[in-house]
Design a protein around this ligand. Structure first.
Ligand code: NAD
Length: 480
């Protein structure tokens, strides 16, 4: 269906009617899934769990469609529109799954156990339990990189979780309300109206684009007396923004930002963060102080504490400080019953949603093949024990060979997309053996369609399209 907001959408019957579920079976192997981001969720969605008892452990009980998170910070989309309860996915599985809203605190790769603690905000006893696993799917993601720069955690806003988007929105509106307060000095108004984004990767660029849209579409209507004072600055340490995109798209983005009055400071690194200003160093090693009202910190990822702890238990095999090392079958080096995927892994692939979700799908298929191979082995043993017909043995051996032959994971890049503001997006798409770059309004419609189609449920697709339509009709809601 092509909708009024310019996005293609498909509907599936299964979205609406989940079927009856089998009970957990103590005779089956247990797969513990840590995390419910792109990797773990795509694993869960694709897994035929008839042969496994599945336990999901994650500190939040929903999947977050992270590519649309920047839109939540300015109210283009509502937070609820881009999340989906993990129980929605497990309800659609063949066999019942256990879902725990809990934070994994330790993994013992020798005893094959995982310890986790209740993530409740109201129950402060925080019960901790340890359970065994046969296979562990390690998809805990990464945390925000600060490079140890002072003040980032206290004063900067990250853009990873829903609570981050909410914090940015509240802080942004607080700056606008405070700047509108009577009797402010010109200098203070200018500081409050200066929004600084650190990091010119896709996260920083998309956020700056959304902020610009808010300025053009809504700020002039709601805050006419201060709207012209709003300034957006994007600070990037490298010579250009979006280093992973083609040269043509980098130039297109930088020129769109110039005409949108987004100030791009390249070859400039933030060295220190204070409550109201940042200290930056330019290419000539000169330092300046830049006052800000809102600071968004988007300088990429680093390994989580849990990953560091696990790596510490496998010191000979886990030597890459950036994250977990795996083989080409996603098995953690030194702990072959643990499969790691997504941003937790430091490997040849970029930490993107696309890589993680392909890894999740591949792993789901692989675990099904492994279960088939186990069953065939048992069948073969029985046939041999009863001196069965050699033709039957031969038939099972052939099947077993097929099931045991698991190809390694290979990534197929479907292209990169990013929204850059003023209804424009950029796309770097693989095209035959080359690549095809495009930018502009048509690309934005493509961007919308691609994201709408990748949203996991009919409910989310409907909500996101309704939000887009709502903003077009009524503008964004500026209540805090
Ligand atoms: P990133 O690692 O891609 O970019 C961070 C940028 O911050 C770098 O360019 C770095 O040079 C800069 N930086 C670091 N320290 C700095 C400092 N002190 N001062 C100034 N600049 C500094 O991070 P990201 O944008 O969060 O992306 C993370 C991953 O997620 C990437 O692999 C990215 O491709 C992916 N992602 C993709 C999309 C998309 O395709 N639309 C959107 C978001 C994220």
């Amino acid at each position: 269906v092509l909708t009024a907001t310019g996005a293609f959408v498909y509907f599936s019957q299964k979205d609406l009617y989940p079927g009856e579920q089998l009970d957990q079976d103590p005779k089956k192997k247990t797969v513990v899934v840590l995390g419910n981001g792109w990797g773990s969720t795509s694993f869960l969605k694709s897994l035929d769990n008839e042969e496994y008892n599945v336990v999901v452990v994650s500190p939040r009980n929903y999947f977050l469609f992270s590519p649309l998170l920047p839109s939540v910070t300015v109210g283009t989309l509502e937070a609820r529109s881009i999340i989906q309860p993990t129980r929605y996915i497990t309800r659609h599985k063949k066999r019942k799954c256990a879902v725990y809203e809990a934070e994994a605190t330790d993994i013992d790769p020798v005893k094959k156990t995982v310890t986790f603690r209740d993530a409740s905000e109201t129950n402060d006893t925080h019960k901790e339990v340890t359970i065994p696993y046969d296979y562990l799917v390690y998809g805990v993601g990464a945390e925000n990189q600060t490079f140890g720069i002072k003040g980032v955690k206290e004063h900067g806003c990250f853009l990873k979780e829903l609570k981050d988007a909410d914090r940015i929105r509240r802080k942004l509106l607080d700056c606008l309300e405070t700047a509108s307060f009577t009797g402010q000095s010109e200098e203070e108004i200018n500081r409050l109206m200066h929004m600084v984004v650190v990091g010119g990767g896709p996260t920083g660029v998309e956020y700056a684009g959304e902020l610009h849209d808010f300025l053009i579409d809504d700020l002039r209507k709601w805050y006419p007396e201060i709207a012209d004072k709003l300034r957006i600055t994007l600070i990037e340490a490298l010579p250009n923004v979006l280093p992973a995109f083609s040269k043509q798209l980098i130039e297109y983005t930088e020129s769109t930002f110039r005409s949108n009055k987004i100030d791009v400071m390249t070859r400039t690194a933030v060295k220190d963060v204070g409550e109201k200003s940042v200290i930056v160093q330019d290419a000539n090693k000169n330092t300046h102080e830049i006052p800000y009202g809102l600071l968004v910190w988007a300088t990429g990822n680093t390994a989580r504490e849990l990953s560091r702890k696990l790596m510490g238990k496998l010191p000979e095999q886990q030597t890459n400080r950036r994250g977990i090392t795996t083989d080409e079958h996603l098995r953690v080096a030194g702990a072959p019953e643990i499969f790691a995927l997504g941003d937790a892994v430091a490997g040849q692939y970029a930490p993107t949603a696309q890589v993680a979700s392909q890894q999740g799908t591949w792993l789901a298929r692989t675990l099904v093949k492994m279960a088939q191979a186990e069953k065939l082995k048992e069948e073969l043993n029985q046939l041999r024990a009863t001196n069965a017909d050699p033709a039957d043995v031969e038939r099972v051996v052939k099947k077993l060979n097929r099931a045991a032959d698991v190809p390694s994971f290979t990534y197929s890049h479907q292209g990169s997309l990013a929204y850059i503001g003023s209804e424009k997006a950029i796309a770097d798409l693989p095209f035959f053996n080359g690549s095809f770059s495009s930018g502009g309004v048509a690309t934005m419609l493509f961007w919308r369609s691609a994201y709408i189609s990748s949203l996991y449920s009919l409910r989310n697709r409907t909500l996101v399209m309704a939000d887009w339509a709502k903003v077009k009709l009524f503008g964004r809601d500026v209540s805090r």
